[in-house]
Write a protein that binds this ligand. Structure first.
Ligand SMILES: Nc1ncnc2c1ncn2[C@@H]1O[C@@H]2COP(=O)(O)O[C@H]2[C@H]1O
Ligand SMILES: [Fe+2]
Length: 279
């Protein structure tokens, strides 16, 4: 049950610095657009912004919907796009990814699909919340087992759980029908594990930062803007936001606390089709 882990020897007192990018929705053809946004260009802008701020990140997390067309070439495009950052990149699947195609084509010296990352005083667990053929998600018993056995293996480490689907509702009715369908159950279960300090996901194409009072302390609940189109918060019906593509930086501290912020590309270069009614 326990899968191999990738280990970063940063020292027990070191912070773990992470860049999260999510939902790039790339195509085989780099000229393709999703609702008026060239997704290859918007990912490139996000990565250029990350490069420019020179954050001393130890690793990158790519939290699903890497592809929009299920093509092998879309994954090659992602691997090529992140290569200039020269940073290890760990990925997990979203509802728009075909895990078989993804694992076959997400290949590179610094590209990793392993489920466990050991870094500093932390363990990061990459979960699969996808349900074959459905936009919505579910956290299966197998995934919960992976969490439990990984924590039992390294009980001294603080733990960050990473996934694609949102375990809490974002109050966009059209989007909440595609949430993790057992999200509140999942949060209740992981809140019983004292090591778990944060849950991080993508899928909702908008920022969210909340705190859940667990029985062992605060658990940070975090979602992150897509590197392409943004969904309008609190909208009952499908609606896009004019906010620019973004990403998240996290600093996981040795004492189990964390600092995190969402950033966006500067300017107003990316304007999606505001009349779009879905995709
Ligand atoms: N108008 C819509 N109503 C409901 N769901 C939609 C609509 N448009 C797109 N979707 C789905 O909702 C998903 C939310 O984000 P995804 O990028 O996973 O992909 C989206 C589509 O699968
Ligand atoms: Fe998604």
């Amino acid at each position: 049950m326990l899968k191999e882990a990738i280990t970063y020897s940063l020292g027990e007192q070191a912070s773990v610095r992470i860049v999260q990018v999510t939902d790039p929705h790339l195509f085989a053809d780099p000229n393709s657009q999703l609702l008026g946004v060239n997704t290859a260009k918007s990912l490139e802008s996000v990565l250029n912004t990350i490069k420019a701020v020179d954050y001393p990140a130890d690793l990158m997390l790519a939290t699903g919907d890497i592809s929009q067309d299920y093509s092998g070439e879309s994954y090659h495009n992602f691997v090529r796009a992140v290569a200039p950052l020269d940073m290890p990149c760990h990925y997990l699947p979203g509802n728009h990814d075909d895990p078989r195609v993804m694992n076959l084509h997400m290949q590179g010296a610094k590209i990793f699909g392993q489920r466990r990352i050991l870094a500093g005083n932390w363990q990061i667990i990459m979960l699969d919340s996808t349900v074959r053929g459905k936009p919505g998600g579910h956290m299966s018993d197998d995934e919960i087992e992976i969490i439990k056995s990984a924590v039992a293996d390294r009980p001294e480490r603080h733990t960050l759980l990473v996934m694609h689907h949102n375990p809490i509702l974002v109050k966009c009715r059209w989007l909440d029908q595609h949430c993790m369908d057992n999200g509140s159950d999942f949060i209740e279960q992981v809140a019983q594990i004292p090591q778990v300090k944060g849950l991080l996901w993508g899928h909702v194409h908008q920022e969210l930062d909340k705190e859940h009072q667990g029985q062992h302390g605060i658990i940070h609940l975090m979602s992150t803007p897509s590197t392409c189109i943004q969904f309008k918060p609190l909208s009952s019906y499908f609606a896009l936001d004019a906010l620019q593509p973004g990403y998240r930086l996290l600093e996981l501290k040795a004492d189990g606390t964390m600092m995190t912020n969402v950033y966006r590309v500067p300017g107003d270069k990316f304007s999606p089709d505001r009349n779009a009614s879905g995709y």
